[in-house]
Write a protein that binds this ligand. Structure first.
Ligand code: AMP
Length: 220
């Protein structure tokens, strides 16, 4: 079972992916996490990506696509979740080509649906562990010790692009570039829409109903 998980920033893609990793043994390929790791490691890729990420813009397609291409080669048959990729139609076309080349297929493109009124609050309150990527929220799910990750003891911080002034731009980028993927995957018969409102466990129950307990079947 291989899925593309998409939706607006703050829809809960990262949270649901981490539950899928823990409970269904899937690999999580998040382009946002890959860029943040490169920024943390101060690589040339990281420095380049940071200039786009801090403004809420998309990192250029050729850079993102080649990064994903390298990751796809490491899968060795594991089921995977693509989170944050593709982000536009051109990336989706590139993905089709890469999958074909590697004899892999996507079983479903799952759209996590959350009204825009909820997104801003989720994003401004979101905090992330710098070391392991664990997700927190200042009021809904704070770490037990302020500023310290429950899971690994790493530093919990606010992403530079989760500041209110950047969030608006990211939502616009999403509407213009990523939203059209709904029609793209609908036309391919791969689109599944899941209600992303409510707490993480309730959303996971809905997601699991789609994916199936064995992780093998897709219910539409
Ligand atoms: P995310 O963690 O998915 O919210 O991504 C954070 C930021 O990383 C985005 O706002 C973009 O600047 C960049 N990014 C992540 N995925 C992509 C992608 N597929 N294409 C271009 N930029 C991306």
């Amino acid at each position: 079972m291989n899925i593309v998980l998409f939706g607006p920033p703050g829809a809960g893609k990262g949270t649901q992916s981490s539950l899928l990793v823990q409970r269904k043994n899937m690999r999580h390929l998040s382009t946002g996490d890959m860029f943040r790791r490169a920024i943390e490691a101060k690589t040339a890729l990281g420095q380049m990506a940071k200039s786009f990420i801090d403004k809420g813009e998309l990192v250029p397609d050729h850079v993102t696509v080649s990064m994903v291409e390298n990751e796809l080669k490491t899968l060795e048959g594991s089921s995977f979740i693509l989170d944050g990729f593709p982000r536009n139609i051109s990336q989706a076309d590139s993905l089709e080509e890469m999958l074909k080349k590697n004899a892999i297929s996507i079983d479903a493109a799952i759209f996590l649906e959350v009204p825009s009124s909820v997104l801003e609050e989720r994003l401004t309150g979101r905090r992330v562990c710098k070391s392991c990527g664990a997700l927190y929220h200042v009021s809904e799910k704070p770490p037990k010790v302020a500023g310290t990750c429950d899971r690994c003891g790493g530093e919990v911080y606010q992403r530079s692009d989760d500041r209110a002034e950047v969030i608006r731009g990211r939502l616009e980028v999403y509407e213009k570039n990523t939203m059209p993927l709904k029609s793209y995957y609908r036309a391919k018969g791969k689109l599944v829409e899941v209600n992303g409102q409510g707490d993480a466990e309730s959303v996971f129950v809905r997601l699991s109903a789609v994916i199936g307990s064995s992780g093998q079947s897709i219910k539409r």
